[in-house]
Design a protein around this ligand. Structure first.
Ligand code: NDP
Ligand code: 2IT
Length: 445
């Protein structure tokens, strides 16, 4: 397959969709050998079929703000691929949301969900709605209006959305309430639900916990552990919060958090009350981390910068896509960072990933590292189907096993001749093979 020609043609079809094209290129680069070894995939048009979503819904979301003004946002749901299970993936509410971003996330989700070992296809959705500064009542009215359209397309055996940036337990609650009213059914149509109404214990912590379980396996390949390690985390949302808890529990010291306004550096370590304070920052809908340094005066706030200039052993980017560039990667390597594990989706630019690979440091891509969130969503679906709730310990153990299994799949498919584990290649190949073989079995549809 001529990758450059393929990408040129794709760009002509989808001009300007930079994030989507970036994600497709990364996967295809990894699949070169697999495609040569498996000519049946070419014959069956697997690549041409897997890179296009099955369907995309876009819809208008009108709502009334607290001042009585009418606001209009755009809503999206992308059903990308359901070869191995119902479409599954989060909803993102952020002003930057557009088709390219949701297509990149939906595409990545296919392979991520395949890696989890659970039967879930890939999907994604969201809106350009900005939760920043909105009241609870406004968020409720927006979520209700969003669901008034979305409910026709989803279902517990069809397409099961969940949270992502800007969508947490509160938003899932408002959307679930509206779905239930419209469909007259109390089913597991969304995950990330409250534990009293069908949610799973550990789902809020799962993405961050899973990321650290995965990074623990990565470190173990070098005979290392989190004990005594200095860890830089970006973001201050759901994923960053869970990761900070688990790093601390495993004996590491988290020294940074970040938001769109800059980052906080706390040499004493961000643990206990400080981690709980992240929940307040998030719930304030203010979009800033600066108040952390008012609450904990020993912490330093650095305006307008990313935390990658800080000396650390492990870096966990947990904010958003393309937040860690080539210069950041060079800084991390120069400062002796041995492991970068992506809690967010595609936070490192392709040039940054190249720097990590050239320097042979441990680098875990989002689709493997942050798969614990959707895995636990899958476990929530299992519990909903059985009408049973597992205790926290059981969910956590299953999550831990899944992360170990994803790591094993990456090692199996990503180990290079010199022993270096290319986790990008490993995750892409392992995730792809399961879906591609399922598509082969099911014919051209
Ligand atoms: P949250 O909304 O809880 O937090 C998102 C964090 O990223 C916030 O700190 C947010 O700040 C920051 N952020 C968002 N957009 C930007 C931007 N353009 N520039 C700088 N900072 C930004 O989301 P999550 O923690 O759930 O998600 C974080 C990442 O993890 C995303 O990449 C998401 O796709 C990924 N992920 C999430 C999973 C989940 O289960 N929640 C599962 C797997 C991956 P602010 O909102 O104030 O801009
Ligand atoms: O990117 C992701 O994997 C998520 N936002 C979680 C998706 C899910 O369905 O739990």
């Amino acid at each position: 397959m001529d990758l450059e020609k393929f990408m040129n043609d794709l760009e002509k079809k989808h001009p300007g969709e930079v994030e989507y094209l970036q994600a497709v290129r990364e996967v295809l680069e990894s699949l070169e050998e697999v495609l040569l070894e498996n000519p049946q995939f070419e014959t069956a048009g697997i690549i041409k079929r897997i890179i296009e979503p099955d369907r995309i819904f876009t819809f208008k979301v009108p709502w009334v703000d607290d001042d009585g003004n009418v606001q209009v946002n755009i809503g999206y749901r992308i059903q990308f691929n359901n070869a191995i299970g119902p479409y599954k993936g989060g909803l993102r509410f952020h002003p930057s949301v557009n088709l390219s971003i949701l297509k990149f996330l939906g595409f990545e989700q296919i392979f991520k969900n395949s890696l989890t070992t659970l039967p879930m296809g890939g999907g994604k959705g969201g809106s350009d709605f900005d939760p920043k500064g909105k009241s609870n009542a406004e968020i409720m009215r927006f979520c209700q209006s969003f669901m008034l359209e979305l409910w026709r397309f989803i279902g517990s055996e069809t397409d099961v959305p969940a949270g992502d940036i800007g969508v947490g337990g509160r938003e899932i609650g408002y959307m679930f309430g509206m779905y239930k009213k419209l469909a007259r059914e109390h089913t597991g149509v969304l995950t990330g639900k409250g534990v009293n109404w069908g949610g799973s214990l550990i789902r809020p912590e799962a993405t961050g916990f899973g990321a650290v379980y995965f990074a623990k396996e990565m470190l173990a390949t070098k005979g290392e552990t989190f004990e005594g390690k200095t860890v830089a985390i970006s973001g201050f949302g759901n994923v960053a919060w869970g990761a900070a808890q688990k790093v601390t529990e495993l004996g590491g010291k988290v020294v940074t958090l970040s938001g769109p306004d800059g980052y906080v550096y706390d040499a004493e370590g961000i643990s206990g009350d400080k981690i709980e304070f992240m929940l307040e920052l998030r719930a304030s809908n203010q979009d800033i981390v600066k108040p952390f340094s008012y609450e904990f005066p020993n912490a330093q706030f650095v305006q307008g910068k990313h935390p990658w200039e800080v000396k650390c052993d492990v870096a966990l980017p947990c904010a958003t896509q393309n937040e860690l560039n080539k210069a950041d990667a060079e800084n991390l390597v120069k400062n002796g960072c041995m492991c970068v594990a992506e809690g967010a989706n595609m936070p490192s630019t392709p040039e940054a990933v190249e720097v990590f690979h050239e320097n042979k440091i441990l680098f875990g891509p989002g689709k493997a590292v942050n798969a614990g969130g959707v895995s636990t969503s899958g476990l929530e679906m299992s519990q909903n189907s059985m009408k049973l709730n597992w205790p926290a310990k059981e969910v956590d153990e299953r999550l831990h096993h899944i992360m170990i299994s994803i790591h094993e799949q990456c090692v199996l498919h990503g180990t290079e001749d010199d022993g270096y584990i290319n986790y990008v290649k490993g995750a892409n190949i392992a995730g792809f093979l399961k879906v591609a073989n399922a598509m082969m079995d099911q014919g051209v549809i």
